[in-house]
Design a protein around this ligand. Structure first.
Ligand code: SAM
Ligand code: SF4
Length: 359
């Protein structure tokens, strides 16, 4: 039995085990992916839940060093979708039985933004007769804001920790109050206590990031008892400060492999959570998301943002599907998902089984 096979037989993985799995070469990776697939099938089934992604606005008050839509980047025209446009995208999701949407945007905490989101959530719920589940990905907010949005009818919240190591987090963000690591942790705690299904995640293959950091990231998710995870490869963007370190990065193919191993090891560690196959995987490999489904992921986020805005929501380079209408995305995904042996759970909310148990 190889060392990797012996670890895969264990019930509970420690940091050393996790780091060994993440460092596995191609030969051993096959066994890790197989194990993750078996666990996925047993605990969450071979189903894929769709979350229609609406990239509501690229206005952002923050200046994260990795992100293309950071406030310091004047290259993009800033936009905010109208209420009608958001409702239309949500209607598309509802009519196509996606059952769930994600409202994502740059981070703002002014009252105008907060109440607009509140109205949008209510408007979507009225339009869809409360049949859509709404996930928010709108950054760090006060507890009161999270409560208002929860009361208005949103159910899940995604807030990536980006990297769980505070030292590395500091290198990825400006050193000021708005970008403090502790705020992010407190926001995650506030989300938990508000009653949301809470999701977090990290970028994989960041400059300065080590295998030990990535193992700690997975342990962080486990310790936080998280319900959902969305993580994917870091991809450089030339209008960001981190671009300077691009020569230190793993080649894109290796970053993809590492991201797939992170997903597989997480599935082995947290058997009943929801794990997203994120868009950044597809930016590296056209089949990146499908490979993630085979490595244990069970959620996909087809992009429903109107095509006219997509060029201005470029978090990283080579972002895929910039000119594809939702309808095209949907039929292309259906074929690819069939190919990997999963089925799309149309009309199902797909709540995290872990969340159901936690409550
Ligand atoms: N503004 C909110 C926030 O930061 O939580 C939500 C939207 S933000 C664009 C969503 C995620 O995009 C971030 O959490 C980050 O992990 C990811 N992201 C930003 N720049 C990226 C890059 N260069 N490569 C990969 N992912 C990136
Ligand atoms: Fe703004 Fe989010 Fe990008 Fe940071 S990651 S700059 S908060 S959109």
């Amino acid at each position: 039995m190889t060392k990797v096979e012996a670890i895969l037989e264990k019930g509970n993985l420690d940091k050393e085990d996790i780091a060994t799995l993440l460092s596995a070469g191609e030969d051993d990776s096959g066994a890790i992916f197989r194990k993750a697939r078996e666990i996925k099938k047993e605990f969450v089934g071979n189903k894929v839940y769709f979350r229609g992604l609406i990239e509501y606005s690229n206005y952002c008050a923050k200046n994260c060093f990795y992100c293309g839509i950071r406030s310091g980047n004047s290259r993009y025209a800033r936009y905010e979708m109208t209420c009608e446009e958001v409702l239309e995208a949500a209607r598309y999701a509802w009519q196509n039985r996606f059952a769930s949407i994600v409202l994502q945007s740059g981070e703002r905490d002014d009252e105008g933004f907060i109440s607009k989101i509140e109205q949008l959530i209510r408007g979507i719920q009225v339009m869809a007769g409360n049949e859509l589940h709404i996930t928010l990905s709108l950054g760090e907010q006060e507890m009161e804001t999270y409560r208002r949005w929860f009361k208005a009818g949103s159910h899940r919240y995604l807030l990536r920790i980006e990297d769980a190591n505070p030292e590395l987090y500091r290198k990825l963000h400006p050193n000021d109050r708005r970008h403090a690591y502790q705020n992010r942790i407190e926001a995650l705690r506030a989300l938990h206590s508000t009653g949301y299904q809470v999701g977090t995640g990290v970028m994989i293959g960041l400059p300065f990031q080590t295998m030990s950091d990535l193992a700690d990231d997975l342990i962080f998710f486990r310790d936080l008892d998280i319900d959902m995870v969305g993580m994917g490869p870091y991809i450089e963007h030339k209008d960001t400060p981190l671009y300077e370190y691009r020569n230190q990065l793993l080649p894109l193919r290796e970053r993809l492999q590492l991201a797939l191993k992170m997903i597989a090891v997480l599935r082995i560690m947290m058997k009943d959570i929801n794990i997203a196959a994120t868009t950044a995987l597809q930016a590296i490999d056209p089949m990146g998301r499908e490979k993630a489904l085979q490595a244990g992921a069970n959620v996909l986020m087809p992009n429903l943002t109107p095509v006219k805005y997509r060029q201005d929501y470029l978090l990283y380079e080579n972002k895929p599907c910039l000119d594809e209408e939702a309808e095209h995305c949907k039929s292309c995904l259906e074929t690819r998902i069939q190919l990997v042996g999963d089925t799309i759970a149309y009309g199902e909310w797909g709540d995290s089984k872990h969340f159901q148990k936690r409550n």
